[in-house]
Structures are given as C-alpha cells and as structure tokens.
Design a protein around this ligand. Structure first.
Ligand SMILES: Cc1cc2nc3c(=O)[nH]c(=O)nc-3n(C[C@H](O)[C@H](O)[C@H](O)COP(=O)(O)O)c2cc1C
Length: 178
C-alpha cells in the first residue's frame, strides 16, 4: 500500500466518537475547511438538501440543555445538521426521499476531515428535534437530523477496537445469503 492510501485507511481506523472535549477553541481556518467538506459532499442528483447551523459554545446557553451527556456541552463547536426534504431527490419506484441519506454523507465527510485535523466529533441524534428548532428559529420545513459536537478530544485519539459485527455477517457476495 502506498503512503497516500495508508493515510486514508489510518484515518478511518483512528476515527471514533468523542464525547469529552478540551476547553480549547477550534481555529477559524480549520473550521472553514470542515465547512467546505459539507459544501463539497455528494448528494443524490446533486440536490444538496441540507442546512447546517454552526453554534459556538458561547452561544449555546439554551441549546446545551438538549444534550443528555454533559461532555457535549463543552464542545467548542456544535453543528446542527438539517434535512430539507422537499429539496431532495426522490426515488420514483418507491417514493423514497434521500434527504437524510445526503445529510448523513455530508456529515460523515466532515467528521473524516475533523479527524484528519486532530479534532474529535460525535453525532448526537438523541435529542428533542422540535426543541432545537424552536431554540434556533429553524424553519418548519426543515428536519433536525442531529447535532455534531466537535472539538479537541480530552484524551488522545487512538485506535480502538469497538465491537463490530463480523464482516461475514454484513457483506453478502453474489446474492443474499444468511
Ligand atoms: C446516526 C448516529 C447517531 C448517533 N447518536 C448518538 C447520540 O445521540 N449520543 C451519543 O453519545 N452517540 C451517538 N452516536 C455515536 C455512536 O454511538 C457511535 O458511532 C457508535 O457507538 C460507534 O462508535 P464509534 O463512533 O466510536 O466508532 C451516533 C452515531 C450515529 C452514526
């Protein structure tokens, strides 16, 4: 494996959800690179059915109450990821709306970049989405998919082997096989 390839796979293995953060701001140039990845992400039919609200810690007095884990309250940056369902591509054969898929892809790109920057991040889906909308004045037509807490990890990001399903259980070759 050449060096560039190895860098990518090392990043994938290093990433893990970070729920405790240092009290250290994320520099603006790094933040703008992360936001660029949201703008650069792929989406079905290039519809880009998303909005992201960047909320710094100093502006989160009210929003921090939606977190059930205290660690997230300290994250210097929280990005509220919203799906714009009416803007999304819809699969004709079954009416499946791809807004949440597209948002998830963009967020995943950003978390990869955050990991490369030495930051840690965590998806927070366990929250009261309607409350988030009310606090931030998010228009009714948008859906809050998650808040992404981002900051410098309180402990060093190391490879961690969290239990994963055996690869044979989730990958099927040729056709469905139990
Ligand atoms: C869609 C989604 C929602 C999640 N919501 C939460 C959450 O509400 N709170 C939390 O602590 N972690 C949340 N996580 C993090 C997962 O628990 C974590 O990704 C999983 O346990 C695997 O661990 P890893 O990210 O360290 O590899 C979420 C992750 C995803 C992808």
């Amino acid at each position: 494996m050449d060096e560039k390839t190895k860098i990518y796979y090392d990043l994938v293995k290093r990433r893990k959800s970070v729920r405790e953060f240092l009290d250290k701001p994320v520099p603006l140039d790094i933040l703008s690179r992360l936001l660029m990845t949201l703008n650069r992400a792929q989406s079905a039919a290039n519809r880009q059915p998303w909005h992201f609200i960047v909320v710094e810690k100093k502006d989160r007095d009210e929003l921090n109450n939606v977190f059930t884990k205290d660690g997230f309250k300290n994250a210097p940056i929280a990005i509220v990821a919203c799906a714009d369902r009416p803007q999304a591509w819809v699969r004709k054969t079954d009416g499946m709306n791809y807004a949440w898929v597209d948002v998830a892809i963009a967020v995943t790109e950003m978390i990869g970049a955050a990991t490369a920057e030495g930051l840690g991040a965590c998806w927070v889906a366990s929250l009261d989405a309607e409350r988030v909308k009310a606090i931030l004045g998010i228009p009714a037509n948008l859906e809050v998919v998650a808040i992404i807490a981002i900051g410098y990890p309180a402990t060093e990001l190391k490879r961690e082997d969290k239990p994963r399903k055996p690869i044979k259980e989730i990958i099927h070759y040729g056709r469905w096989q139990e």
